[in-house]
Design a protein around this ligand. Structure first.
Ligand SMILES: Cc1ncc(COP(=O)(O)O)c(C=O)c1O
Length: 426
């Protein structure tokens, strides 16, 4: 395919279809009709896509596999994940509170975080979370302290860093020695942590955890890390081993990524070869949520710079998708009302925040004659978009809708300017 081809359906949510006007439908509804009801900018999630990826993960890893809530979390998402039988990985008091408020039982929640506060650990213990993934010696001290007060013992995994550089962006690579996360295997910190956990009355050591990074396409990176970690964990004869998350997804026409099923198969094969006896689980986030959503914007200005480029500014930006700015991540763009048209024009799609780096797509192939008022969308925005967003410039955060079987439901309402001043004290 060439860059001028229409947007490939493979980058869109599973239920994407083209209607008789050449318009995109998701979940059985035309995107322009959804926008007419909810406005822009708008995150539209295909609910059945989310459910099908949860089922794929459960099938691949079995009971115990967790959805990494950091990718995208709200009450509806927490409920969906729980209904589909996945555990929920949370990494802060806010994510834990969301999970509990959504009705997810503590026994289906795993608590992560490299600097868990006493308050976070206490809340997790109060709700009897199934596992705490311990990240530091200080955290072991905090759990010992809490135990001295109430006698509660928490099942824990120790997070280790295998010293593997995943082939991904430095800021989402976490498995290398020089990392703020976990106990290094090569520095002997992990061995010391096992000894301290075993003698700590506040914890029951049930397993080892590692996570090499995010947006990893090369499955060999996972296998390499697994081999190193298993060399450490198997002799400990602990019942559990978590491989974390990190499976990459395609954001561009030129990319392709392994499925969750293929990732699971590869890991299962590697575990068999390595003679792993522990129960193996995983925590996918991006691979469940990313392709489930698109973000739809309205075009506000079109600025032609002859001989240089065209800037198309939309009514969102890095406040709803900071990934291009943070990691230089590539995206593509399309018009949801002209989805079958070729895209021979080139434009830079920018947001409305007061920052030159507020660029959503550096070189977007778009149809000819995009005009003020048109709808423009970016696909594959379901993970680390809304959840990493901000209200910089006091631009309210977008709404989020879930669509399925011909109906759309609001799951996160649009932030209002009143919300934006609601924390201010006069
Ligand atoms: C410990 C841990 N588990 C799981 C994940 C989810 O990763 P991904 O969304 O890439 O699958 C992350 C993401 O950074 C993580 O830090």
């Amino acid at each position: 395919m060439t860059q001028t081809d229409p947007i490939p359906l493979a980058l869109l949510p599973d239920s994407a279809e083209v209607g008789s006007r050449g318009e995109l439908h998701i979940g059985g509804i035309a995107v322009d009709e959804i926008v007419a009801e909810f406005g822009t900018p708008l995150f539209i999630y295909d609910e059945n896509h989310l459910r099908s990826r949860c089922r794929e993960a459960l099938e691949a890893f079995g009971d115990g596999v967790a959805y990494a809530g950091k990718a995208f979390l709200c009450l509806a998402m927490a409920r969906l994940v729980h209904e589909e039988g996945l555990h929920l990985d949370v990494a802060s008091e806010g994510e834990l509170h969301t999970a509990i408020t959504a009705g997810v039982p503590g026994q289906r929640i795993v608590l992560h975080g490299n600097n868990k506060s006493l308050a976070e650990l206490s809340l997790a213990r109060t709700h009897d979370v199934s596992r705490v993934v311990v990240d530091s010696f200080d955290e072991l001290d905090r759990l010992r302290h809490l135990h001295s007060i109430d006698g509660v013992v928490v099942p824990v995994l120790l997070r280790v860093t295998p010293g593997v550089e995943a082939h991904t962006h430095e800021f989402v690579s976490t498995g290398q020695d020089d990392s703020k996360f976990g106990f290094g295997l090569s520095s002997e910190a992990a061995t010391a942590a096992v000894g301290l956990a075993k003698s700590n009355p506040g914890v029951e050591l049930v397993g080892i955890h590692h996570h090499i990074g995010s947006q990893v396409f090369q499955v060999e990176s996972f296998a390499r890390a697994l081999e190193i970690v298993v060399g450490f964990s198997e002799p400990l004869e602990l019942p559990e081993l978590s491989v974390g998350g990190g499976l990459g997804v395609a954001y561009l026409e030129s990319e392709s990524a392994p499925s969750i099923a293929a990732w699971g198969e590869m890991l299962a094969g590697a575990c068999e070869r390595l003679g792993v006896r522990a129960r193996v689980s995983a925590e996918p986030g991006r691979s469940i949520a990313a392709q489930a959503a698109i973000t739809v914007y309205s075009v506000g200005t079109v600025k032609e710079l002859p001989g240089i480029r065209t800037y198309v500014a939309v009514d969102g930006g890095f406040g709803d998708n900071p990934r291009p700015m943070l990691y230089g991540s590539g995206y593509t763009a399309f018009m949801p009302t002209r989805v079958t048209e070729p895209r021979p024009a080139l434009a830079r799609i920018v947001g409305k925040h007061c920052e030159s780096s507020d660029v959503l797509v550096r070189e977007a192939a778009i149809p000819e004659q995009v005009q003020v008022g048109d709808l423009l969308a970016t696909p594959v925005t379901g993970a680390y978009g809304y959840s990493m967003g901000s209200s910089y410039n006091r631009i309210p955060r977008p709404s989020v809708v879930f669509v399925s079987n011909g109906s759309a439901r609001l799951v996160v309402r649009r932030e209002t300017v009143e919300d934006l001043i609601s924390l201010d004290v006069e």
